[in-house]
Write a protein that binds this ligand. Structure first.
Ligand code: TYM
Length: 328
């Protein structure tokens, strides 16, 4: 039995992973996998709350798992699995639906944003954070590395845990978010959060040429209209990306040159491009290797699901017991 605290996090298989997912979450997963007992999950049941093509789902799940491993999640240190391989996630979500309140769910900004974009809103989108809570507490995980956009869902998770524990007796610990340095990566529009639905992403699989083609027109400090205007790095998303990719001395030089109007934005982007591509190249090489052997990824996922099912079954037994749902 491990003495490390348990950590849980997940990513939706909703298209290619982008550098927002990587910097905001997966890079931290890799950094934390030696410190905690880590469970990482491809959350396909969450992804079905958005429209999708049925034939795309399995390739997307495999693709997400492949890139997570390519980023450095190590199956020797951490467990990687697919949510729908462990049906207890949805069973516990149903149970927690009877604890969560409509009022709390209706306040979730992510729900409001997504609901606004759709003519008909499915109930799964509304109860999405309840399934997310179930994912975490099914394993009694205490630490949840995520980007800033998930903090509100984690607050709700703690509320649900408190209600459950209050009503049925102490069962689950209150999960805490663990936010890394890249709490909210903006898209190349320098306006909205980087996300697939906005089409403002750089994906992990992109070629060096394609990354440059996207960086070149990316919005920088809008007040720096000409080369001789000094810029404010704090208002520039490209600078933020420098802070996540470049060594510290390069970051200081980039900021200095920007403030002194010493370097044009395109030249500045070329420096970022060099460091970004150097970070992405080994990830892409590992992904190519894994894509040549999809059976390896499937084996890792199968072993991960076996491991998680055993824990999940035990939690559900305890939960049903506490709720008077086990036949005696
Ligand atoms: P998803 O797939 O939308 O996002 C996966 C992770 O990437 C982070 N992220 C970002 N971080 C910084 N800047 C960005 N632009 C950016 N875009 C995405 C997200 O914060 C997230 O950490 N609901 C979760 C999936 C989930 C989950 C869970 C997470 C389901 N169950 C249990 C933790 C624990 C989500 O947003 O996935």
């Amino acid at each position: 039995m491990s003495t490390q605290k348990r950590l849980f996090s997940g990513v939706q298989p909703s298209g290619e992973l982008h550098i927002g997912n990587y910097l905001g979450a997966i890079r931290n997963w890799v950094a934390l996998q030696s410190q905690f007992e880590c469970l990482f999950c491809v959350v396909d049941y969450h992804a079905i709350t958005q429209p999708y093509a049925v034939d795309d789902m399995q390739p997307r799940i495999l693709d997400a798992a492949t890139w997570i491993l390519a980023c450095g999640v190590d199956p020797e240190k951490a467990t990687l699995f697919v949510q729908s391989d462990v049906p207890e996630h949805t069973e516990l979500a149903w149970i927690l639906n009877s604890v969560a309140t409509m009022g709390d769910l209706g306040r979730m900004t992510q729900f409001k944003e997504k609901a606004e974009q759709q003519a008909s809103v499915n109930a799964g989108l509304f109860t999405y954070p309840v399934l997310q809570t179930a994912d975490i507490v099914l394993y009694k995980a205490e630490v949840v590395p995520v980007g800033e956009d998930q903090v509100q869902h984690l607050e709700l998770a703690r509320e649900i845990v408190r209600s459950f524990n209050g009503r049925y007796g102490q069962t689950f610990p209150e999960p805490q978010p663990r936010i890394g340095a890249a709490r909210r990566i903006l898209g190349l529009d320098n306006q909205f959060k980087m996300s697939k639905s906005r089409g403002n992403t750089i994906t992990l699989s992109e070629s060096a040429e394609s990354v440059m083609a996207k960086l070149a027109p990316a919005v920088t400090d809008v007040n720096r209209k000409r080369l001789k205007d000094p810029g404010d790095p704090e208002k520039c998303n490209v600078y933020t990306l420098h802070t996540h990719y470049d060594p510290p001395e390069v970051v200081s030089d980039v900021a200095e040159q920007c403030r002194a109007a010493g370097r044009g934005c395109l030249d500045c982007k070329k420096i970022l491009h060099r460091h970004m591509v150097a970070d992405m190249a080994p990830i892409q090489a590992r992904a190519a290797e894994l894509k040549a052997h999809p059976e390896r990824v499937r084996e890792i996922l199968a072993a991960g699901a076996d491991h998680c099912r055993a824990i999940a079954r035990e939690t559900l037994r305890e939960v049903r017991d506490k709720m008077g749902l086990n036949r005696r």
